[in-house]
Design a protein around this ligand. Structure first.
Ligand code: FAD
Length: 551
């Protein structure tokens, strides 16, 4: 038997991508020398759990340490060097220069393969007052400890979170758990920037109902301190007082090592890699938040700060180093954020992303379905938007918001996108059902049916913001009490149950845009009308979507 030659593999960064890469390497190559160089005091900690330890949901800090140092050494035979930083790469000699941050000693270490997994650093723009004490970012355990300590030592009462993305909202929730008065300041007119605006309208209402103040469309211009209290200054509005400020306005890939080594960077500023995670130097691989990846739907290069892809990429780089077949085929950005007991999730392209990419061959439908049978206690609404290609029904993306069952629906659609499925496949999907888990026709099936009914011309859909809506008469087929509680301006009310008797009152020359509360009754109405020679279309998502669009 041939003994494989002993390779030395150095991994820079020992958390999501780096640790996955190291352990996979060991499983595939028992003889390799595997060295992780990690700048911080811990490897393999749960960044995603940090906000929840701040809020006391995860009681012990120790629970955040997914794999501790002895596990790396004893189980995997990995040489983990925490508090060591890689300073530079010498590609001519295949060596890296490392600083031992405890001993303050610099040394060199040679490699056969080098894996860069340095992650991404939180943005800290050079605004006036940005370095004032009390303004924090959150990336690692020392940051988390700093925030916890500041809150307890100062008995902080008020917090401003700058940035309404997923880390910002998770922090807002957890600061609220601690009893602080929390304001989220966001430059855009919506939270969760990757989502389409109408999908986060219920999130805005929900955050407000939880006592979180939202200051949307507000650009922060700087920070000031008066008598030991901070103020977050804004461009056009009032200043927000704060005992603590959390900056959560995004991250930038850590590319300084790659850049200094002359590795190719991409158009979005991340390290450019191929499908095997190899950089422009064949001995150097890069994974995780630091790399640019292809968006599977739009084909555009994108930066993505998500744990799942980082872990997968670490594993792929390990396989490639071991000469095994493996490839990263791009990302669809599948993500979920919990906000108290609300879930907001998405996969694939949003409408915004398609528009940015100049893609016009798409259609969308809205759905507001129960997460399980309505007759079984505890049914919750899922607001779902499905985006698909108009020309052939290929699924392009989905977004969902709700208190239960959101992850299941988005995960099913994520897999459908990965397998290039169409709306017909969603219509046909056979999913598990019992009343406490779903409905015999699941929200996924309904989404496929609505989309297919549209593409087949059985029940064409329209949207509240379509300019052609101006040429239609609005018909509200809900019951009179629902109509009088609120309706779209200019709508005429003919309840579905009386529609057949009222057909004579409707002019065939006038096209009808029909809506109900969520779309189901309007579907039946459209079918009645079309079979009686009327030109009728269904306003997708009904009055519920109208409310999400108009606030
Ligand atoms: P990281 O996990 O950031 O690891 C990089 C490591 O490299 C760092 O520890 C750093 O110290 C080290 N390093 C950098 N440069 C050097 C150097 N020169 N020498 C030595 N070491 C170096 N993602 C999700 O999918 N879901 C979530 O719910 C979620 N929640 C999150 C919550 C928070 C608060 C944060 C901060 C992130 C969250 N993420 C979440 C994002 C996710 O954690 C990252 O996408 C993922 O950790 C990226 O993995 P990575 O290996 O690329 O980088």
């Amino acid at each position: 038997m041939n003994t494989p030659s002993r390779k030395t593999i150095i991994i820079v960064g020992g958390v999501a991508g780096g640790a996955s890469c190291a352990t996979r390497l060991r499983r595939m190559d028992e003889s390799a020398e595997i060295i992780i160089i990690e700048r911080g005091p811990y490897a393999s900690f749960a960044n995603c759990g940090l906000p929840y330890h701040i809020g006391g949901v995860i009681a012990e800090e120790d629970q955040l340490l997914v794999a501790k140092e002895p596990l790396f050494k004893e189980r995997f035979g990995i040489d983990l060097r925490t508090r060591h930083e890689v300073l530079s790469i010498d590609q001519a000699t295949n060596e890296v220069e490392i600083r031992d941050l405890v001993e303050n000693r610099i040394y060199r270490q040679s490699y056969d393969a080098l894996v860069l997994a340095p992650g991404a650093a939180p943005l800290r723009p050079p605004l006036p007052g940005i370095d004032l004490p009390g303004i924090f970012t959150l990336r690692n355990i020392p940051d988390m400890r700093g925030i916890k300590q500041w809150i307890s030592q100062r008995s902080a009462q008020t917090a401003v979170v700058v940035g309404g993305g997923f880390i910002g909202l998770e922090m807002a929730e957890n600061l609220k758990h601690l009893g602080l008065a929390v304001t989220v300041v966001e430059m855009l007119p919506q939270v969760m920037p990757p989502m389409d605006p109408e999908m986060v309208a219920p999130v805005h209402d929900y955050l407000t109902s939880k006592g979180i103040k939202l200051s949307l469309g507000t650009a922060v211009s700087g920070f000031a301190e008066t008598a030991g209290h901070l103020e977050v200054l804004t461009k056009d509005g009032p200043a927000h007082p704060a005992d603590i400020v959390i900056l959560a306005i995004g991250v930038r890939p850590e590319t300084s090592l790659a850049k200094a080594a002359g590795l190719t960077l991409g158009e979005r500023g991340g390290i450019r890699v191929d499908e095997q995670m190899s950089t422009s130097d064949p001995n150097i691989y890069a994974v995780g938040d630091a790399v640019e990846v292809r968006d599977r739907v739009t084909g555009a290069w994108t930066l993505l700060a998500l744990a799942g892809p980082a872990n997968r990429q670490g594993r792929i780089a390990a396989d490639a180093i071991c000469g095994l077949p493996a490839a990263f085929h791009g990302t669809q950005g599948t993500a979920i954020c919990g906000i108290f007991d609300l879930a907001v999730a998405s996969t694939g392209a949003s409408e915004k992303a398609l528009q940015r990419a100049g893609i016009t061959d798409y259609e969308k439908i809205y759905l507001h379905a129960g997460h399980h049978a309505g007759y079984y206690p505890g049914a919750e609404k899922i607001h779902l938007k499905l985006i698909f290609r108009k020309s052939d029904g290929l699924i392009l993306g989905a977004q969902a918001v709700g208190k239960a069952g959101v992850d299941k629906r988005i995960d099913v659609i994520a897999m459908a996108i990965q397998k290039a499925a169409t709306i017909d496949d969603l219509e046909e999907a056979e999913l598990c059902y019992a009343p406490q888990f779903g409905t015999a026709k699941d929200a996924i099936n309904f989404a496929g049916m609505i989309a297919a009914n549209h593409l087949r011309g059985n029940d064409p859909i329209l949207h509240w913001k379509d300019p052609q809506l101006a040429n239609y008469d609005l018909l509200d087929v809900r019951d009179p009490d629902e109509f009088s509680a609120g309706h779209a301006p200019g709508a005429r009310n003919i309840p579905l149950n009386t529609l057949r008797n009222s057909l004579g009152d409707l002019l065939k020359e006038r096209p009808l845009a029909v809506y109900c509360q969520v779309g189901g009754r309007a579907h039946t109405a459209v079918r009645i009308l079309r079979q009686h020679g009327h030109h009728a279309a269904n306003l997708s998502g009904g009055y519920t979507t109208f409310r999400h669009l108009t606030g």
